[in-house]
Write a protein that binds this ligand. Structure first.
Ligand SMILES: [Zn+2]
Length: 130
């Protein structure tokens, strides 16, 4: 099973817990240099919560934005997996009506829903914007 880097979105075998500003992020090896390593033991009880979409990394500032065609990406990936909207909604523990609106691009999924979709569909719905 792979994990996803919370900075670049890459699927990797192993993530590293780093502190970036006040956020703790699980990142891939390449992105680990942007933060300060956090000992895994100390953080095991506190799950990292990423609320801010803008991370200040050294002198570089970028934001992670949802891709404009997120609805199509979700729909395509879902259909590739042979899942009905109802089945996918159940898997992400959300209402079908919400999923439908996301697929039509009417609603931008919040981070929590987005990450569930990305994990289950094995897709990325975000891009880095400088
Ligand atoms: Zn990364």
């Amino acid at each position: 099973m792979t994990q996803q880097c919370e900075i670049c979105g890459a699927d990797v075998q192993h993530t590293y817990l780093v502190e970036v500003g006040t956020s703790k992020l699980r990142v891939c090896k390449a992105c680990a240099k942007y933060g300060v390593a956090v000992p895994e033991r100390a953080s095991s009880k506190a799950k990292p919560v990423v609320k801010k979409k803008i991370y200040k990394l050294m002198d570089e500032e970028f934001s992670i934005e949802i891709v404009p065609d997120f609805g199509m990406r979700v729909k395509d990936a879902r259909e590739k997996l042979g899942l009905k909207q109802e089945e996918l909604a159940k898997r992400i523990n959300e209402k079908v009506s919400l999923l439908r609106k996301i697929e039509r691009g009417e609603i931008v999924p919040d981070d929590r829903v987005r990450q569930k979709l990305e994990r289950i569909l094995n897709i990325s719905l975000v891009e880095r914007v400088q």
